[in-house]
Design a protein around this ligand. Structure first.
Ligand code: SAH
Length: 234
């Protein structure tokens, strides 16, 4: 099923970052039982759940926050950015692979690298673009530490995609905008799927686009809140 990560004792974690903590998070995703007691849509895809059960999320955040890594919540990763909430990551990944496993995936917004690492366990090739150099360097270090060899990353404004490696079977945008840039659709294979949060800064619709033979049609997967998709690099 999922490709293995290189996990020594230091990567496995202890106590609040242990396998048991990961298992508990996976159980809550599977049952749709949110931390606040509310019910959310359960995550059903066994491939996604297994890959998340293995991937050490605590290595993608600052050590000072590691004890909160397996709470189902977004956490700050510095420079005003966040690592997405596990349920949202799971839901986006599930939506991306539901109609067939893509071979080549583009992610816009590497952030911590967690989403890219998860995709790397499921698909053959991951391409990820991040506009903040400092975050990208940290993410690359994490990929190396975990022995992840099938992620290629680039420092750029990801709104223009990565034309040299197009077409992609799937594109995942992990920052919010009012609309999806037309350039991304031109880099998507006709059978492809694009998932992105679309809407104003405080609340967006998570949309999944597929081609109906004439145009790209977006289907709503629910409400989410992402940090904004910004122009240029830093
Ligand atoms: N997928 C990330 C979470 C993303 S947070 C994870 O798993 O941790 C959104 C990220 O998108 C931030 O790191 C932000 O810097 C980046 N971003 C915002 N606008 C961007 C753009 N135009 N191109 C590339 N990255 C962008």
């Amino acid at each position: 099923m999922s490709r293995a990560f290189r996990l020594g004792p230091a990567e496995q974690g202890l106590g609040m970052t242990s396998q048991r903590a990961r298992d508990r998070l996976i159980e809550s995703l599977r049952s749709g039982r949110a931390a606040n007691g509310r019910q959310v849509e359960p995550i059903r895809d066994a491939r996604v759940l297994e890959a998340m059960r293995v991937l050490p999320r605590h290595l993608f955040i600052d050590e000072a926050l590691a004890s909160r890594a397996y709470e189902d919540t977004a956490l700050p990763i510095g420079l005003g950015q966040t690592i997405s909430q596990p349920w949202v990551v799971a839901r986006m990944t599930e939506a991306l692979i539901e109609h067939g496993l893509p071979r080549r995936v583009l992610e816009v917004g590497t952030g911590s690298g967690y989403q890219a690492a998860l995709l790397a366990a499921l698909v053959a090739e991951v391409y990820t673009v991040e506009r903040i150099d400092e975050l990208l360097r940290l993410a690359r270090r994490r990929f190396r530490r975990l022995g992840i060899g099938n992620v290629r990353s680039r420092h750029d404004d990801g709104r223009t995609g990565w034309p040299e490696h197009a077409p992609f079977d799937a594109i995942l945008v992990t920052a919010a905008a009012d609309a999806v840039d037309a350039q991304l659709f031109t880099q998507l294979a006709p059978h492809g799927v694009l998932v992105a949060p679309v809407g104003p800064p405080d609340l967006q619709q998570l949309l999944r686009f597929r081609f109906d033979g004439q145009q790209w049609v977006g289907e709503s997967l629910g409400l989410v809140t992402f940090v904004p998709l910004l122009a240029g690099v830093r």
